[in-house]
Design a protein around this ligand. Structure first.
Ligand SMILES: [Zn+2]
Ligand SMILES: [Zn+2]
Length: 297
């Protein structure tokens, strides 16, 4: 079923500032149990409008392409859904009262129950638990969203391969890459990615050392066989999309696996410590020393 979830406006804004992730996290198991891939997760928030009243905004339409479990004790809960980048949209949280979705949400057909009795204040509270939508609801939401400007910043994101390559090259090269005007990065975001360069270099060296340059997926051991290091550190949640610079966010992969992971946008599940490919293939880590399996509860 399609779902409707409340998203705190500050989390939405941070997502845009750090590189829109096109994913959503929750502590509620319903985020996994009530939606299938190909279905839509609608996200909305409450803002204080110009008149001082609570107003509502639809923030995103995420077409789910994968469901995974987050690392242990992840701040925003164990459940994550990933959205298809080409089909999903972020909307601008404008101050224009024309974009107020209160009436739409109040009357939106839910799979069970309704928000009909909710006033402008209580609607946000009532919607804290993720709701399953009646099939007609997405048609109404889609029609409403046609008038809302797309948040282009969500799509202005650096190619992750380029970023990872620059991170493993020189700081000057990274600086050059981040200057790309088309990506419309804020000065803060550029500064953040640049200042993490030394730390990232260290983590990449650490993960290489930990596995003696072997691929965690297939064990390909270029240092022993050929006397050269070929493995590459991969950021599970892309740095370009707000992923952290931490060992927990890194996997060491041979160039073939790394290429395929990016080309297919494979997702990583921390419960089973495996990659999920869009064609249904699943590949576990055959070598792992640094990731702890997470539980869904
Ligand atoms: Zn490999
Ligand atoms: Zn990578």
């Amino acid at each position: 079923m399609d779902l409707l979830a409340y998203w705190r406006i500050d989390n939405y804004r941070r997502d845009l500032d750090e590189g829109a992730g096109f994913h959503f996290n929750s502590k509620q198991p319903r985020l996994h149990s009530a939606i299938n891939t190909g279905q839509t997760l609608w996200l909305f928030t409450r803002i204080v409008g110009g008149s001082g009243l609570s107003e509502y905004r639809i923030l995103a339409k995420l077409i789910v392409c994968a469901k995974t479990i987050n690392p242990p004790s992840y701040k925003y809960g164990p459940f994550r859904v990933w959205a298809d980048l080409s089909l999903s949209e972020y909307y601008r949280a404008t101050v224009d009262p024309k974009h107020d979705a209160y009436e739409l949400l109040r009357l939106i057909p839910l799979a069970s129950g309704s928000f009909r009795e909710c006033d402008r204040t209580s609607l946000a509270r009532a919607a804290q638990s993720i709701r399953a939508l009646h099939p007609k609801a997405s048609i109404l939401l889609q029609a409403f969203c046609q008038q809302i400007p797309i948040e282009t910043r969500a799509h202005a994101v650096l190619d992750e391969r380029q970023l990872e390559t620059a991170y493993q090259s020189t700081q000057a090269e990274l600086k050059l890459l981040l200057k790309d005007e088309a990506l419309a990065y804020s000065p803060e975001r550029r500064a953040g990615l640049l200042s993490s360069y030394p730390r990232n270099r260290q983590l990449v060296a650490d993960v290489n050392q930990l596995y003696c340059g072997r691929c965690q997926l297939c064990g390909f051991d270029s240092p022993t066989i050929y006397g050269v290091e070929a493995a590459q550190a991969h950021h599970i949640i892309y740095r370009s999309r707000g992923g952290p610079d931490s060992l927990e966010n890194l996997v060491l992969a041979c160039p073939n696996h790394h290429t395929v992971i990016h080309q297919t946008e494979a997702k990583f599940d921390y419960a089973r410590l495996h990659f999920i490919f869009p064609n249904g293939r699943v590949e576990p880590l055959c070598i792992n020393e640094h990731l702890t399996p997470a539980s869904a509860t």
